[in-house]
Design a protein around this ligand. Sequence first.
Ligand code: MSP
Length: 648
Amino acid sequence: MSKFYITTPIYYPSGNPHIGHCYTTVACDSIARYKRMQGYDVMFLTGTDEHGQKIEEKAKEKGVTPKEYVDEIVETFKKLWSYMNISYDRYIRTTDDYHVEAVQKIFKELYDRGYIYKGEYKGKYCTPCESFWTESQLDENGCCPECHREVKEASEEAYFFKMSPFADRIEKLLTETDYLQPKTRATELVNNFIKPGLEDLCVSRTSFTWGIPVTFDTKHVVYVWVDALSNYITALGYENEAYNDYDKFWPADVHMVAKDIMRFHAIIWPAMLMALDLPLPKHLAVHGWITFNGQKMSKSLGNVVDPFILGERYGADAIRYHILREMALGADSSFSNEIMINRINSDLANGLGNLVSRTVAMVDKYFGGTLPSERESGEFDDELKNAALALRERVDGFIDQTQINNALAEIFKVISHANKYIDETAPWVLGKDEGKRARLAAVLYNLLEAIRISTTLLSCFMPTTMPRIWEQIGAKESDISYENAARWNVLPQEATVHRGEIIFPRIDVDKEIDELNKIIGNSKKDEPKEDDGFEPMPLAEQITIDDFEKLDLRVALVKECEKVKRSKKLLCLQLDDGMGGRQVVSGISEWYKPEDLIGKKVIIVANLKPVKLCGVESNGMICAADTAEGGASVIFPDQSLPCGTKIR
Ligand code: MSP
């Protein structure tokens, strides 16, 4: 039997999980379920990344040990995964003994092979915080970003991992193979990290203790990313006795991660594997962020959406469906309660739910719940049947490219087609004519078959509710299989249905959003309404189209971004404008952190004369809206627009 190994990142248990963490896990779960249905022997791994200074500090604040601290949050992660019906096969904790021992062996092996050497780590050191900082991390006064006291030049002994021997192989991996999905991200990695020369990586720390000790020099702990990335092989039994699946499952078929940790998986992880002489994973699928009002959803920004609250109101499957359908591989997806509820209404309640309840109700009404075996085929039948029978192959293709949103779109095309077929064949007219009973039976049978096929495939993405539909359409366990998803006439000719509860009740959008906002504590709706007291600024003087033509607005990608030193307001952004790149300084530092913007496309005024702001040259301006609170809200265009696109 063919094997399939898929992994999520291992999550930091430094705060409770949010809907942003759910995306990768639900996406990997759906692919794992699909592959199992196809007959693969699947290993689906997830877990938690429990070491590091941040965890050590948080535990100290709470007055507990780091292990006690992570134990509690890990339980919440596991509770969420069970709630979201995540079918992981293995859960790794980096505090598990077997992992700790294996990482120690990996570190030693890299040292013995000459890829790890002892050196000196130089940087800005804050004595009260016992922390090293890089230049770009310092605050606007060049002081410690934590306590804002002075830092001094200092160095400490550390181990380093030689990256340069692998630069050529990594560049080829990224540009000449289909390792990276989407491959368009290869250019930014190569230009930003490989072309300037791969720097050696500092892989040990002595300034805190919550980590895996280096066996041959115990005042050092292993750098948390070396510890974390190793999980993908230690969880299979590499260099440990706890498991014995390494030979069977390695190399991984898919590592799925979000864009902020792509570099670690696209450069450092392959370099580690090359240094250990191990095979490389086959694919790295990189997705964007779930954003909220244009910003990455994160605890520090206070814009976290609690999946437990949403799940309790609409069910885990509706949440799974919404996030999977919204996120296109490579781009960000903006989360809004309103969009989610509208999608649940349109696709699940009106589309799928309505199809099932109408079909089952008609079999009940016209045939007392069991179809007769006489059939009369007619117009529109073949189109529906062919669309349903072609569906599996299309979904297969999208799953292989980790394009889950497209796989779901294909399934919902067939569901819409079936709803259209009801309108085309008008069973309520056939039902009035005794002579059309065989035709009516054929129409209803075709509908049941289209439902069976689409829900079989859909069950990988929405595993909880599909069995309830199968019960209603009278499908037995043996009718539901990958093989049968490309066959017609699987349900018995005399199919019997069982009317049941409405699977996806329609939601009253306005009422629900008010309720949600009360629970979540948002004072406002997603979109400000006119009567929210918002006063637009007075209109500026009229201009002609020629005046407007003087403005050259373009789409540009934020490649790098950092605070301008000695300024509280300014960010300095390096942009890809499709015309060789440029530097722009923008006064939005109070509302955006560099990491909120890196990787995003923005709109710039591209033909502004260069100026110097706080001594830094700016060649253009980032377009942003004034918010009612006096802040700025950057305008993010469609992220698929190429850099340099002109805006009119
Ligand atoms: N511990 C590291 C991963 C080590 S893997 C060897 C880590 N953990 S994390 O908890 O901070 O993030 C885990 C994953 O969740 C990352 O891929 C991260 O980008 C993703 N997400 C966190 N917030 C997210 C959104 N708002 N949207 C989508 N994914 C997000 O990084």
